[in-house]
Design a protein around this ligand. Structure first.
Ligand code: ADP
Ligand code: MG
Length: 328
């Protein structure tokens, strides 16, 4: 962007008031210079949000600012990393000061909540799109990968599933609901599970965040860990809002399970852990008000058998499912 670009950066993105840990040099030079604490590794992730693909053009600017950071922090949580720094590449069709102020209010509300510092970025003109790159730290060798799930581990998720998918379906008028607000909130204001991640880092064997739907994201753990999983449908956590819609007859029980298994945008953590470690962790989770739901178990691979099996009342049940894929 030519004129105005530097004013915009100064006015909205460069917050001089906040001295931040590990930032030797922040916004204003060609690169940021960051200090990594002794014995730690850098975890880096990037996620783009493109208008008309990841969000509706008329989405509330505050919520867009919040979510564009949240989806990135969710990836750091999934690695067991502590979020530290972030950069923001934003492409704007024009300079709308009200919109920018609200976008930044959403972005920095979440950044401040987790002590994350904006250290750089890029500001250009074009169709609205936002690319955030988040950086976190994790103790050397302790990152939670997708490749370490073990046979016998419990499969857990951090919160109710399916609300984001229902929110999207209600927005495109595929579903008529008694109250769509909780679902649209779930879609637009996601909460990165960084606090839970800090407890899982020494305990869980593998972890991923659910962005494309549980079955699709779980399939990455299963293929990279070379194992199978069994999921009990009745154990899938459904929100009170979802249960209310089932009661009203607006969503069937089986639709709710489909949303829980394949609806994207949940941003809960999906992780594997031994029974013993989970039992030891439970009091700590309760103390912090963090939820954790056991939804299944990791099994040994069997030739010519599907890697994911669903059960209902302890009986195998056939389901055909798919998650979100941008190119399908
Ligand atoms: P360069 O041309 O060297 O890449 P720019 O002129 O694009 O640098 O940006 C000037 C400074 O402002 C850089 O430190 C850059 O990281 C920062 N910056 C630009 N856009 C943003 C943004 N949207 N958010 C945060 N920092 C930004
Ligand atoms: Mg430069």
């Amino acid at each position: 962007m030519s004129q105005g670009e530097f004013d915009i950066i100064k006015r909205y993105f460069q917050r001089t008031s906040k001295p931040s840990q590990g930032v030797t040099l922040g916004i204003g030079d060609d690169c940021a210079i960051l200090d990594l604490p002794e014995g730690h590794q850098l975890a880096v992730t990037t996620d783009s949000l493109v208008s008309g693909i990841h969000f509706f053009e008329d989405v509330d600017a505050y919520r867009l600012g919040y979510k564009s950071l949240a989806v990135n922090l969710s990836d750091l949580a999934a690695m067991g990393a502590t979020a530290k720094w972030v950069s923001l590449a934003i492409t704007l069709p024009d300079i709308n000061e009200t919109w920018l102020a609200e976008f930044c209010r959403g972005f920095f509300t979440l950044a401040d909540k987790y002590n994350v510092t904006l250290v750089g970025g890029d500001t250009t003109k074009g169709p609205l799109s936002i690319t955030v790159s988040a950086k976190g730290i994790v103790k050397k060798g302790k990152a939670l990968t997708r490749s370490n799930a073990n046979v016998g581990d419990i499969l857990c998720c951090s919160g109710p599933l399916g609300d984001g998918g229902v929110g999207l379906a209600s927005k495109v008028a595929e579903l008529q609901l008694a109250n769509s607000h909780p679902f649209i909130d779930a879609l637009e204001i996601t909460e990165p599970r960084l606090t839970l991640a800090s407890l899982l880092v020494d305990q869980a064997s593998s972890c991923i965040d659910i962005s494309d739907g549980l079955t699709q994201d779980l399939s990455h753990i299963l293929s990279q860990s070379q194992c199978r999983a069994e999921i009990e449908l009745e154990s899938l956590p459904l929100s009170t809002a979802m249960q209310a819609e089932i009661k009203h007859g607006n969503i069937t029980q089986s639709q709710a399970w489909q949303f829980a298994l394949t609806g994207g945008d949940d941003y809960e953590l999906l992780f594997t852990i031994t029974k013993q470690k989970l039992a030891l962790l439970k009091p700590e989770l309760d103390k912090l008000g963090l939820t954790c739901f056991q939804i299944g178990e990791i099994k040994a691979p069997v030739d010519n058998t599907q890697s994911l099996l669903f059960t209902l009342k302890q009986q195998p049940i056939a389901l055909t499912l798919s998650g979100w894929d941008h190119f399908k």
